[in-house]
Design a protein around this ligand. Sequence first.
Ligand SMILES: *Cc1c(COP(=O)(O)O)cnc(C)c1O
Length: 385
Amino acid sequence: MTIPRIYLDYAATTPLDKRVLAAMMPFFSDHFGNPSSIHFYGQQAEAALERSRDIIAALLGVHPDEIVFTSGGTESDNLAIRGSAFARREKLGCRRILTTRVEHHAVYHTVEQLAELHGFEVEFLPVDSVGKVDPDDLRKSILKDVALVSIIFANNEIGTINPVRELGEICREHGVPFHTDAVQAAAHLPIDVNTLALDMVSIGAHKFYGPKGVGALYIQKGIERMPVQTGGGQEFNLRAGTQNVPYIVGMAESFSLAQSTHSERSARNRKLRDNLIEGVLDRVPRAKLTGHPVDRLPNHASFVFEGVDGNRLLMLLDAAGFACSSGSACKVGDPKPSDVLKAIGLPDEWALGSLRVTLGSGTTQEEIDAFLEVLPRLVQNAQTR
Ligand SMILES: *Cc1c(COP(=O)(O)O)cnc(C)c1O
């Protein structure tokens, strides 16, 4: 007998929306041209590319020339951080980077390398027990000599949403570029770049029912920049390489669907999510919600269980048909608490027993009920002592 499979890991990735696939299909074969070519085939591909750029720019409230297509959220983060850090050091001598210890590894390991190999000084702003940055801490640390500030919009592990508008405004007052990783946020929240005072924003399509391997970076005109990947002159000389036209078309379609439906989807997700959180905290002893109880992604629930082996719990859940995550990429056999859970001050006995449950378009109340039915027993079976 095959067990029914229940997917509760939408923060890791989402299934491609059928409408998005339909929009992409013609660009694999019929309209296969290279957008840089002069001829008809090239023009057709270029028109689709620029239409996609217009759609994404309009949704963010920015100029199309400020959108650079990349291979995903990770590359967008790298381009934003490396591209502006190197350029601002070259032109202005800035060598300090301000960030946090709750960033996605695409940011964290990038700034780490800039510090270790390239002579940048990285300063980590404190976060509170739910992983939020206090704008006053940014105000205390920011000076004109800062190359850039990079702070995550909504946390992938613990769901907390940062006060990005206040953070962006402080950066603006000091003339320092503000980058935010909005890869999770873009799937659920309106990303109005102007009211939020953002200078660089990373997004990735596969978190909002688009294809994997494609993303975009919004980079405001006037921000010092340099390419990270060199070669041809594509993407305003900022990202060399022939653009992946079908995937870019898919990203525009999926972002458009995500942004136009976010309020209905959020209301639905929030209801299911709150039932889930309440159920878990009621039924499982020694359980804690991680991240902010209210200012969090609407589809996101994350917990820690004291004295539990989080990896073992995930395997037991998988065997019972439930696909969840610990929230971080920790290795089996070498259990280390995640950097994010350490940064919010959780001791190892708690941090090693983490569980992230993220909901999406396919999630139903019946699935949540089934999950709540099995979880207490599985948590007990995953106790380390
Ligand atoms: C998924 C994710 C990324 C990485 O995006 P990819 O498109 O998978 O490279 C970066 N930041 C956050 C917050 C994410 O959730």
